[in-house]
Ligand binder design. Structure first.
Ligand code: PLP
Length: 389
């Protein structure tokens, strides 16, 4: 099956008893069994048929052997980080989701050292991996919110030479646009809350990988800590996945038009969109992604960022991304506020930075909304008043 067919069909085989084209949602927390038989389904924290159908679909989207889903992207990240042992070192791209920074901060309690570097710069990658043994390399690409692109194949090759496990947070791209395992990574991580579910109405996370030993550790950890999604949530994610390609292709078409508009606005500087040739890693994005995605960031020069956030009418001012509704936010005031200002500044996240997540509304409505909101304030006209003495 080709990718778009798998989006709709993988793991959705009808139950022969009923033939329903939408499999039933399993909500049971326990399963009746003959006590002398080994149970296939034992308890909902460990096994659930609706969860398994979602997992089989997500694994199939990356031609992988395994996928494990979680109650959120953070839960998925916490489980993969549980693979690290005291004394080990984690090397991470510096421009990552701030919730990931928060999880990394917890690792200090276990004597695991975290180091940040600009992994979009090939020179930096070579020297950062040259230090003392790194057990895990954490890539997020495109990065949040600067939309830098990390070369997954290059970093994975160098990391594997040193025996490190490579995790790619593929939330911004989704498996439609980027296939981290095929590029050499060991684990793809998703906040399924975003593009995969796509409707801003369910939280979820996933890890996708090929190694049976990883599977054993990841499943044991999830069952032990219980960071599982329920059947209803798995159903919602699975339903969203069916339209991923339709949604994201439309979102990208509109995003490209919005990026063009932003380039022509006098109140905008530094448009960051991996689909534009001016993007510093445009060539890497073109080679490793099937499309540049639908997230754009830029610096607003028309006044304080609140001015723009107040002026938009259709874009909703809110965190998160990847849903059908278009969203606008100012990282320094919202998603990235927990980072100290000097850390934001060192990473290049200015107070004027704005991030857009482009939805599926009529493109012209979105363009009109932004054009009006970004228009400079009219200069006061007519003869200037004489100054008061
Ligand atoms: N990774 C990225 C890139 C994100 O943007 C987010 C959330 O915004 C997460 C992980 C965490 O996902 P969740 O909110 O589903 O826990």
């Amino acid at each position: 099956m080709r990718f778009d067919t798998r989006l709709v069909r993988a793991g959705e085989e009808p139950d022969p008893r009923y033939g329903d084209v939408v499999p039933p949602i399993h909500v049971a927390t326990t399963y009746e069994r003959r006590v002398q038989d080994p149970p296939r389904y034992f308890y909902g924290r460990g096994e659930n048929p609706t969860r398994e159908r979602l997992e089989s679909c997500l694994a199939s989207l990356e031609d992988a052997r395994f996928a494990t889903v979680f109650s959120s992207g953070q839960a998925a990240a916490a489980t993969v980080l549980s693979l690290l042992r005291p004394g080990q070192r984690l090397l991470s791209e510096e421009d990552v989701y701030p919730g990931t920074n928060a999880l990394f901060a917890l690792l200090a309690n276990q004597d695991i050292q975290v180091e940040y570097a600009d992994l979009s710069d090939p020179q930096v990658v070579a020297s950062a991996l040259g230090g003392p043994d790194v057990a895990m390399v954490w890539i997020e690409t495109p990065t949040n919110p600067l939309l830098k692109i990390v070369d997954i194949a290059q970093v994975s090759g160098l990391a594997h030479d040193r025996g490190a496990l490579v995790v790619v947070d593929n939330t911004f791209a989704s498996p439609l646009l980027q296939q981290p395992l095929a590029l050499g990574a060991d684990v793809s991580l998703y906040s399924t809350t975003k593009f995969l579910a796509g409707h801003s109405d369910v939280l979820g996370g996933a890890l996708v990988y090929d190694d049976p030993r990883l599977h054993q550790s990841i499943r044991s950890h999830r069952t032990a800590v219980g960071n599982v999604p329920g059947g209803l949530d798995c159903y919602l994610v699975r339903r969203g996945v069916k339209t991923l390609s339709l949604r994201l292709n439309r979102q990208m078409e509109t995003a490209a038009r919005i990026a063009d508009l932003l380039m022509s606005c006098s109140t905008v500087e530094g448009v960051r969109y991996p689909g534009r040739p001016e993007h510093p890693q445009y060539a890497v994005a073109k080679a490793q992604m099937a499309g540049p995605g639908s997230i754009i960031s830029f610096d607003y020069r028309g006044g304080p960022p609140e001015r723009l956030l107040d002026r938009v009418r259709l874009f909703s001012c809110g965190v998160s991304l990847g849903g059908v509704q278009s969203l606008i936010e100012c990282p320094a005031l919202m998603t990235h506020r927990p980072l100290p200002p000097e850390v934001r500044a060192s990473r290049g996240i200015r107070d004027s930075l704005i991030r857009l997540s482009v939805g599926i509304e009529d493109p012209q409505d979105l363009l009109d909304d932004l054009r009006e909101a970004l228009a400079p304030d009219p200069q006061p006209s007519g003869p200037s008043r004489p100054e008061q003495p």
